[in-house]
Design a protein around this ligand. Structure first.
Ligand SMILES: C[S@@+](CC[C@H](N)C(=O)[O-])C[C@H]1O[C@@H](n2cnc3c(N)ncnc32)[C@H](O)[C@@H]1O
Length: 319
């Protein structure tokens, strides 16, 4: 077996034009909103890693703890030779726990952040020289055909509670797509953040070192750099809070003054306190998520949480 696909990682080719039309349509809407996938250029990916290491951001360390303790059980369930596919793999640090335990035949890491992904896959290939390791720069909401990988049972790994960034109905459609990707006999191991004390959530998305704020504000810099927009970055502020009624943390960029921003020959007026909604992060009880999973063509198999019930990992079988 060999490492193959490093040279195949290309920047997501429609990225710029898609970004531009998503920004223009998002800013024309009321309320204004830009999808969270646009946080992730190379800088955004590094800022997300910094968030993960901040003391307030409990999801990463909690999920790592759970994964460490359940890996032998997952290995027993899947057996050797599985093909692990990870959409939105980011730094691909968590999957190392599975790679170390499961004896898989291949790993495919997918992410929208192409330059960053290339470095991640490079590092992983060196760390696991006998494993087939592939990187695919693509948008995970699109169906994907993964070529040249072994035939083993597929285990889709989707940690980080990225599922919480979808509206619940979109989450169901995404799960259905994952069920098709996993194929009959396949499984999904998915990390889902649990509902909890709003104070814990508010702290996690407002870390004291300001990494989440920088991550959110980086979207403005990205629009300036890639779309020739003229956002005055100091005239916006990061805002994140738990919306209890909707069961989600919301992230916004809040205008600090009356101002006009130009993007691609279009002008957008902002009053003081007008916001651009940049991310939702839905929190689910175990029951709520299992209902979603069933609607998404999966059958819940096992679920694990940490002793403080902060985070959950669900093992789902393709229905
Ligand atoms: C919340 S982070 C989670 C990263 C990592 N899986 C973890 O658990 O730490 C979301 C990841 O998904 C990627 N991502 C977000 N939207 C995406 C999309 N539409 N298609 C592909 N990747 C996407 C981001 O670049 C980022 O690496």
């Amino acid at each position: 077996m060999k490492n193959t696909a490093l040279e195949k990682i290309q920047p997501y080719d429609k990225a710029t034009s898609e970004f531009c039309s998503a920004v223009l349509s998002g800013l024309r809407r009321t309320p204004r909103a830009i999808p969270p996938k646009y946080f992730y250029d190379e800088t955004g990916s590094h800022l997300f890693d910094a968030i993960c290491n901040s003391p307030e951001y409990y999801p990463t360390r909690t999920e790592l703890q759970i994964l460490g303790s359940i890996a032998p059980e997952i290995a027993e369930i899947t057996g050797p030779g599985a093909v692990i596919i990870e959409p939105g793999c980011g730094s691909a640090e968590k999957v190392r726990i599975l790679l170390d335990r499961l004896s898989p035949s291949a790993y495919v890491g997918m992410d929208i952040s192409g330059k960053y992904l290339k470095g991640v896959i490079n590092k992983l290939s060196k760390a696991y020289p006998t494993l087939t390791v592939k990187g695919l720069c693509s948008d995970f909401i699109r169906p994907v055909n993964i070529l040249d990988i072994p035939l083993g049972d597929r285990l889709i790994f989707f940690p980080g509670s990225t599922i919480g960034n979808f509206e619940p109905t979109d989450a169901v459609n995404f799960l259905k797509q994952m069920a098709r990707l996993a194929r009959s006999g396949g499984r999904l191991l998915i990390g889902v953040d649990l509902k909890k004390d709003p104070a814990v959530l508010n702290a996690a998305y407002n870390d004291s070192e300001g990494f989440t704020a920088a991550f959110n504000m980086n979207l403005l810099a990205r629009m300036n750099n890639e779309l020739d927009a003229n956002f005055r970055i100091s005239q916006f502020k990061h805002s994140a809070f738990y919306n209890e009624q909707s069961g989600r943390v919301e992230m916004h960029l809040v205008s600090q003054s009356e101002q006009v921003v130009q993007i691609d020959n279009t002008h957008f007026g902002f009053s003081r306190n007008d916001t651009i909604h940049t991310e939702n992060s839905y929190k689910y009880s175990i029951k709520e998520f299992q209902t979603l999973a069933r609607l998404g063509d999966f059958e819940p198999d096992k679920v694990w949480t940490d002793p403080d019930d902060l985070f959950s990992l669900h093992l789902l079988n393709v229905a």
